[in-house]
Design a protein around this ligand. Structure first.
Ligand SMILES: Nc1ncnc2c1ncn2[C@@H]1O[C@H](COP(=O)(O)OP(=O)(O)OP(=O)(O)O)[C@@H](O)[C@H]1O
Ligand SMILES: [Mg+2]
Length: 201
């Protein structure tokens, strides 16, 4: 077993073609709360991965979970979008925009859309989304707008050279594919005017 990533919340190991995501104990959190939170996010991520399989979305297939702290899923071999976006932002962004629309059409909010949570698969050359620990089901326009807003913020800081062109492409394609896209994008403008999202509805 090889450690492939150490996230803020978890350690990820590669074993053959499987990834083990282990949400480790956080020493600074009260133990009872920590245990509940890890369990909640693990179960949530597993549930969303199952749903995504059913709709044939490009994400890792869930293999197993202990419903407490471990998820075993399919390994997606490829490069993080974060590392390759600048090179070919146009085609990547258009695919990303369409895929966010598919998530939202299924009332799935990713909750942590960043280019570190997307992988271009070497095998089929498709963009895969990962990291569904903060995801949830919602049909609310507000939740969809905030999902996109967070991606925009992440892109502004990580891809300052091309983020505006890339983001435009994402929106153009989201618009084409998403139900209620007009409402969502109108709300996005409001969310932005409101400045930093404070969780107000
Ligand atoms: N199924 C997978 N296939 C290939 N690589 C993966 C897979 N899942 C996760 N990774 C790699 O591990 C990293 C961290 O995974 P993930 O984002 O799910 O965990 P995290 O704890 O939320 O991390 P972070 O706090 O950094 O977002 C990813 O950025 C990716 O490089
Ligand atoms: Mg991540």
């Amino acid at each position: 077993m090889k450690l492939i990533a150490q996230g803020a919340e978890s350690k990820l190991y590669l074993n053959e073609n499987k990834v083990i995501k282990d949400r480790f104990r956080k020493s600074y959190r009260i133990q009872e709360i920590d245990g509940r939170l890890r369990k909640f996010r693990t179960k949530r991520e597993a549930k969303i991965l199952e749903k995504l399989s059913l709709i044939d979305f490009s994400s890792p297939k869930l293999i197993e979970t202990d419903k407490k702290e471990k998820i075993i899923m399919e390994y997606i071999d490829g490069e993080l979008i974060k590392d390759i976006l600048e090179k070919k932002y146009k085609t990547l962004s258009s695919e990303i925009g369409k895929k966010i629309a598919i998530l939202h059409n299924n009332n799935i909010i990713h909750g942590d859309l960043t280019t570190s949570n997307m992988i271009l698969n070497n095998k089929n050359k498709k963009v895969f989304f990962i990291d569904f620990g903060l995801s949830f089901f919602s049909d609310k326009i507000e939740d969809k707008a905030v999902d996109i807003h967070l991606l925009k913020q992440a892109m502004e800081s990580k891809h300052y050279r091309i983020w505006d062109k890339a983001f435009k492409e994402i929106i153009k394609n989201y618009k084409k594919e998403a139900e209620n896209s007009e409402e969502v994008l109108k709300r996005l403008q409001k969310v932005e005017k409101r400045g930093r999202y404070k969780g107000k509805k």
